[in-house]
Write a protein that binds this ligand. Structure first.
Ligand code: ATP
Ligand code: MG
Length: 444
């Protein structure tokens, strides 16, 4: 398009930039989550963002919100393949586990994070590109692993300092128990057909269980009176569910049983759970998970049980903001201030040596007009959150010293230190004062 005016370019609706200020929060969340799941022996897996459309259609189920209307699907113009941007993480992880025989030598604990894509109406807490952090435990049969991943979530909320997330659990049994319930459910809803909304009518014969999940207030009473899946569970499913509850109780995890809790994805069985907050308005579910024992076999793999969860990172970042201003790590440990070309050269050399010692250093960068006054550079040094400014000017070059100025400890005096001693001086102080990063603290 030939045009004199430069058109303003903008991003895609529902697909957000994460700017540096927020990126620090994201990093804090991701690092905390990673260290929590690693403390339970989970290992990272990274799978592609694009997969064959057939994978999701089969894994998630044809009559789900995601496959019916939310997938970003396209045809590969090179070869005509039907491809889709992943709307969730489990399908790709399970495909990879089967393809690489990962569970061959025994059960695997896996975690992943990354962008997911769903064509939904953008609103607070609901985006078209969003991010999940998730875990999949593959090959474990017992209720203990279901409880373990729930405990793991609780530990993450604790480490993040989030105390306003509650747990709901349910069991959705196995396929034959759901079939018996489904028949009764359809009968019940048919008897009250005039009260069903459009969504419910559409789902009545395709996925009636999802009607229980309706967010329509006008349908709440109807749905409350519906036959409960829990009443259709056999001895094995009940024992499994009881096993999960026993561990949660012994571990002092508070929960409520929500008999209407179902998952949007078809492949779940037995344990399902959600972590919910009231602080974020309508999109209050920050983590959802459950068991999916039939999935791997249905993909042609050797029968292998699975259980996992996915967290919505955007919602958790929002929740961290509600909790206050977390004490974020500073941009660097040391900020190098310099004036004059010899001082700049020396600053480069010293900065590299401090980095060699493992610290983060920001070197003030000159513009064509020079590096700017000491005063304006010191402002930048203060704003960087560095523990020290290392200052080099003409006098320092003459003397072979640098001024090391503590920026956080207002009582401490600045000192002139010989070039060769600068590294040791700042390293000793910073490493000696390193504090515990395990828990996130908030300023209010
Ligand atoms: P909902 O019923 O709210 O649509 P869902 O069942 O589609 O949720 P899951 O597929 O279980 O959600 O995804 C797990 C988590 O990922 C959700 O609990 C939520 O925190 C987050 N999530 C899901 N969809 C979005 C989205 N469009 N934008 C932001 N976060 C999302
Ligand atoms: Mg959804």
């Amino acid at each position: 398009m030939a045009s004199d005016k430069k058109e303003k370019l903008s991003g895609i609706k529902g697909m957000n930039d994460v700017l540096p200020q927020d990126a620090a929060l994201w990093e804090l969340f991701e690092n905390t989550a990673q260290s929590v799941v690693q403390s339970y022996g989970f290992q990272q897996i990274r799978t592609p963002i694009v997969e064959n459309t057939a994978l999701f259609a089969r894994a998630i189920g044809a009559v789900t919100d995601i496959v019916e209307k939310e997938m970003y699907s396209f045809t590969d113009s090179m070869n005509g393949d039907a491809l889709t941007l992943r709307p969730e993480g489990t399908a790709g992880v399970v495909r990879s586990v089967i393809e690489h025989n990962l569970a061959y030598e025994g059960p695997k604990r896996l975690w992943y994070k990354g962008p997911m894509f769903r064509h939904e109406r953008p609103q607070r807490g609901r985006y078209r590109q969003f991010h999940q952090f998730g875990c999949e435990a593959i090959g474990f049969t017992g209720p203990d692993i279901d409880a373990e991943i729930i405990l793991m979530c609780r530990r993450l909320w604790d480490d993040l300092g989030l105390d306003n997330i509650r747990l709901e659990i349910n069991s959705i049994g196995d396929a034959s128990e759901r079939a018996a319930h489904r028949a009764e459910l359809i009968k019940y809803f048919e008897a009250h057909a005039e009260q069903l909304d459009e969504d419910a009518k559409r789902r009545l014969h395709s996925n009636p269980l999802r009607i229980l999940d309706t967010k329509n207030p006008a349908m709440q009473e109807l749905v409350n009176g519906a036959p409960k899946l829990l009443d259709f569970l056999g001895a094995e499913s009940l024992a499994h569910f009881q096993g999960v509850q026993d561990i949660l109780n012994r571990s002092n995890v508070q929960f409520t049983i929500n008999p209407r809790l179902v998952r949007g994805l078809d492949y779940y069985n037995r344990t399902v759970f959600e972590w919910i907050t009231e602080e974020l308005g309508a999109q209050g579910t920050v983590c959802a998970g459950g068991r999916y024992d039939p999935l791997i076999e249905s993909f042609g793999g050797k029968p292998t049980p699975g259980v996992g969860f996915a967290m919505g990172i955007e919602r958790l970042i929002e929740l961290m903001k509600v909790a206050g201003e977390p004490a974020l790590p500073s941009q660097c440990d040391v900020y190098m201030v310099h004036q004059g070309s010899e001082a700049q050269t020396q600053a480069f050399i010293l900065a590299e040596r401090i980095r060699d010692a493992g610290l983060d250093v920001v070197l003030h960068c000159a513009t064509p007009g020079g590096a700017g006054s000491f005063k304006s550079q010191m402002k930048k040094a203060d704003a960087s959150g560095a523990a020290f400014a290392v200052i080099l000017g003409e006098d320092e070059i003459k003397n072979g010293t640098a001024v090391v100025k503590p920026l956080r400890d207002r009582e401490a005096q600045q000192v002139a230190v010989a070039f060769d001693d600068v590294v040791e001086h700042v390293v000793d102080d910073i490493v000696g004062n390193d504090h515990d990063h395990d828990h996130v603290h908030y300023h209010h």
